[in-house]
Design a protein around this ligand. Structure first.
Ligand code: PGA
Length: 234
């Protein structure tokens, strides 16, 4: 639990910065969405100031739309404009599942993911592993659920329609990462996060598979038990 979205963002940025300093050649799994934006802003500032050296790091987008009508809607574009462009990451070290025949083999060739950051959808998805995704799933393409398409529609400031399909790391890909950080911002995520963390492990709530991993950190800006008031933004 952190006090605010700003505190959550700082804690996440510190964890990523620490990983980078300890192991400069780290491989990161990185999410898109509203939740990581504050963290990426901090990392961008630190990178511009020369406090972070990404020259040996590798970054793997968690997921990507297929059949995007406009490249500016893509998650690669999101990561480029919110983070990559402010760093000294080599473009050759920024990977995206849409561009690869075998993302899991590529990740393995890079020594596996060291730290993967995940958001959680209100339907319990992690990356684009929608409800019903089995634990034994590697990178694959999927049909997005209506609730995910609706949630993501609000990111598209210039109109445009959220695609029907996407490609995503699977649950096995994610669980193979050495460390995981799950971030959840806003009261709207409390119910699903509670189910994921405290309920049964089930494909119906893909985030529940995270309890099978030995090294998961969960960062929230709301109190999991506080149904009434909270300092969190919504
Ligand atoms: P959000 O998305 O960070 O925009 O809430 C999370 C997700 O859907 O995985």
């Amino acid at each position: 639990l952190t006090d605010s979205y700003e505190a959550l963002s700082l804690e996440l940025a510190e964890a990523i910065g620490e990983q980078l300093k300890t192991t400069p050649s780290s491989a990161f799994g990185l999410p898109t969405g509203r939740s990581p934006l504050g963290c990426y802003e901090i990392l961008a500032a630190w990178s511009r100031d020369g406090r972070l050296d990404w020259s040996q790091a590798r970054c793997f987008a968690l997921d990507e739309y297929l059949d995007c009508e406009d490249e500016s809607m893509s998650f690669q574009h999101f990561l480029l404009t919110n983070l990559y462009q402010y760093t000294n990451l080599s473009p050759a070290n920024c990977f995206n599942p849409k561009n690869e025949d075998d993302y899991d083999a590529l990740i393995a060739r890079h020594g596996g993911l060291d730290l993967t950051v995940l958001g959680i959808g209100t339907n319990g998805h992690i990356a684009f592993n929608e409800p019903g995704t089995p634990e034994r799933s590697w990178t694959h393409s999927i049909w997005l659920t209506e609730s995910t398409r609706k949630a993501n529609q609000s990111y598209l400031k210039n109109g445009g329609t959220v695609p029907d399909r996407a490609v995503t790391m699977g649950i096995s890909t994610i669980l193979a990462s050495k460390k995981l950080i799950l971030i959840a911002s806003g009261e709207g995520k409390r119910g699903i996060l509670k189910k994921a963390l405290l309920g049964a492990v089930t494909p119906e709530i893909p985030a529940s598979f995270l309890s099978l991993h030995p090294h998961v950190t969960v960062l929230t800006d709301f109190d999991l038990d506080d149904e009434g008031q909270s300092q969190a933004r919504n």
